[in-house]
Design a protein around this ligand. Sequence first.
Ligand code: BV8
Ligand code: ZN
Length: 244
Amino acid sequence: MGDTAASLLRDARKVVVFTGAGISAESGVPTFRDALTGLWARFDAETLATPRAFRDDPALVWGWYEWRRGQVRRTRPNAGHEAVAAIEARAPHCTLVTQNVDDLHERAGSAAPVHLHGSLFAPRCSFCGLPASFVDDLPADGSHKVEPPMCERCGSAVRPGVVWFGEALPEVALAAAVEAASACDLLLSVGTSAMVYPAAEIPQVAARLGATVIQVNPRETPLDAIADVNLRGPAATVLPELVR
Ligand code: BV8
Ligand code: ZN
């Protein structure tokens, strides 16, 4: 299976790599939906990752995202992120589309990942949208409240630069992802449960238009049904074998 996938990848001209939290798991960044270690096993998405949650308790939400930013800062890219950068360097055309809000792809050498769900490192004003900077005082645990900074222009609360449930995805990023998925001949999905929409449409679009779909995930996902090759294993082990 791995050999088939490696040769399919080697022969592809237009590649999309589509990643989720699983690719960063081996760096020590928790996923969302894994049963014991996932963030949603310990924290409530409704009170932390919605526009309403931020309106109701900005300090709780800001503190939680600052804690996650601190966690990511202490980690490093793993062999999976590095293999993705190698795939990008080798393929004639490659677009990296990630649902992740960490910066581990960038730190592994991927020049311009399309961030469908925003970033932990791009806070902005919740009212006027002005990009903001951090006050560097990171909380040690995820339930520690921290008052968000005030916007320099309008005085409103600064918010995390991520896409919350119920919010539209950044238009430019979504359009770039759809366009790349529509035109690719191979899509490689890595470490995503493929349950969050509209992001989960991206591999579906590629499959519908005839692209080969390769999936890397230790567990079953809804993408099993459309994947031509399912590589059941951890990203940091499986991906390097595809670019050897
Ligand atoms: C919107 C960012 C409308 C912030 C996140 C259709 C049907 C049902 C519901 C909906 C639908 N369409 C829309 C919805 C509603 C909702 C949704 O999808 N709900 C689902 C969950 C039922 N979607 C939305 O609300 C979206 N917005 O629809 O807006 C709109 C339109 C116009 C105008 C106004 C409004 C917005 C969704 C964005 C949500 N943001 N978070 C933050 O990080 O806090 S979601 C969260 O899930 C993360 O961001 C993450 O990016 C995303 C996807 O998760 P995964 O990355 O897949 O992670 P997960 O833990 O689930 O899975 C990990 C996988 O890795 C597992 O499969 C595991 O086996 C694997 N793994 C583990 N270890 C490894 C591994 N793989 C490889 N190697 C390993 N070592
Ligand atoms: Zn402002």
